[in-house]
Ligand binder design. Structure first.
Ligand SMILES: [Zn+2]
Length: 401
């Protein structure tokens, strides 16, 4: 595996500038195109599974983080507050408090639950400058996040659903988890909440892993300050281990924010909060995906899906047709055929249009793995690429027979 920092620059996926600052990379058009596709996929996957998406601001008042417990337990990872008039505003280090207050913004009934609030949101963490590099560790983070509010009796079912969605999305992305980890409390760290709630949540997470026959390691000291969690671990090209997905049970923040719903008997009841991310931050995810695929992404989120190489004097409508059909296309007029093919080795399909093809409305597709297909009508080539993209099977370049 090659370090994603080198490949990311070579393939024009992302870069950084000392004037913007360490740990603040920017996404170039090719990287942004791939990320947009992955974000859209996650959005649809969540929507089809009953999640409701929101937008919330990346800033909040200091008092909110006092109530949530972040300032008491997590201040070292947060940027210092900014004085604005009477208030002190802080860049958020997580979306939990905003989503808790979105839950609280309306009267909630047991019939509304589970309420699955989701957001691909921006957050900020003050990582030390010595550990910053590429996309793995950054200070500006776009997280695939959700908070599920439900009665404690529904929490096991919600965790099971999250584990299933993790496995589905990791398979589509071509991401290989190294291990599952049950992250528990440990000595020398600060935690909020009641002991009985911690024990119940730990038992619930164990039960969810066992029910899906997922093997896991128990790791002390890796819990969140508000509750235990299941973490999905991956290993990068340098052999470092990262958490890419997580599901956590939290009794603490619902209590701190005094969240409630009206239960079936008409009484006020306290929901539990299930924090979860299917694929982590877009930064860390793409750092891993670039290395995992060596920059040759699966067809569905490849920045360019088909590179068109016109060789004929006749103009061919293929590139415009492919673009209109929703494919991501680049056109290369300069250089020998060989040089143009070598410049596009990471692109899943190269469409060669010679004199004969142009005259007959055909294209010759060359696949990234070296296979060459017989010349086919442009519309058939577009249909083939679209079908492979829609199937989201990493490694596959032809439709399933
Ligand atoms: Zn959270």
């Amino acid at each position: 595996m090659i370090d994603h920092r080198r490949l990311g620059r070579e393939l024009d996926l992302f870069d950084s500038d000392p004037l913007i600052g360490a740990g603040l990379p920017f996404w170039l058009p090719a990287g942004a195109a791939a990320r947009h596709e992955v974000e859209s996929y996650l959005y649809d996957l969540e929507r089809r599974n009953g999640y409701q998406h929101v937008y919330s601001p990346a800033l909040g008042k200091r008092q909110m983080y006092e109530i949530s417990g972040h300032l008491a337990n997590f201040a070292d990872d947060m940027f210092p507050p900014m004085a604005v008039g009477e208030d002190e505003l802080m860049l958020r280090p997580s979306m939990c408090p905003h989503h808790a207050l979105i839950f609280k913004a309306r009267q909630r009934s047991y019939r509304d639950l589970p309420l699955r609030v989701a957001e691909l949101g921006q957050m900020y963490r003050q990582e030390r400058s010595g550990v910053l590099g590429g996309l793995s560790r950054v200070r500006s983070i776009a997280l695939n996040d959700s908070h599920i509010f439900c009665p404690v009796e529904q929490a096991a079912g919600e965790v099971a659903g999250v584990l299933r969605l993790m496995r589905e999305s990791h398979a589509a992305l071509g991401l290989r988890p190294a291990s599952y980890q049950l992250s528990l409390r440990g000595p020398g760290k600060k935690y909020g909440g009641r002991d009985a709630d911690w024990l119940r949540s730990e038992a619930l997470l164990r039960g969810a892993l066992d029910a899906q026959e997922i093997s896991y390691d128990e790791v002390a000291g890796e819990a969140a300050f508000y509750g235990p969690k299941i973490d999905v671990q991956v290993v990068d090209a340098a052999g470092r281990e990262w958490t890419i997905a997580t599901v956590q049970i939290d009794h603490h923040q619902p209590e701190r924010f005094d969240l409630s719903y009206v239960d079936a008997s008409g009484a006020k009841a306290r929901p539990v909060m299930v924090h979860r991310s299917l694929a982590g931050s877009m930064e860390r995810l793409f750092g891993l995906l670039i290395e995992e695929h060596g920059g040759a992404f699966p067809v569905w989120y490849a920045p360019v899906q088909v590179a068109v190489l016109p060789l004929a004097s006749l103009p061919a409508p293929f590139a415009a047709d492919a673009l209109a059909a929703g494919l991501r296309v680049s056109v290369h007029h300069e250089g020998s055929l060989g040089a143009r093919i070598r410049a596009n080795t990471k692109v899943p399909y190269v469409a060669v249009i010679g004199e004969r093809e142009a005259a007959a409305g055909l294209v010759s597709l060359r696949l990234r793995d070296g296979r060459r297909l017989e010349p086919m009508p442009g519309a058939a080539a577009i249909a083939l690429i679209s079908e492979v993209a829609a199937a989201r099977r990493p490694g596959q370049l032809l439709p399933s027979p």
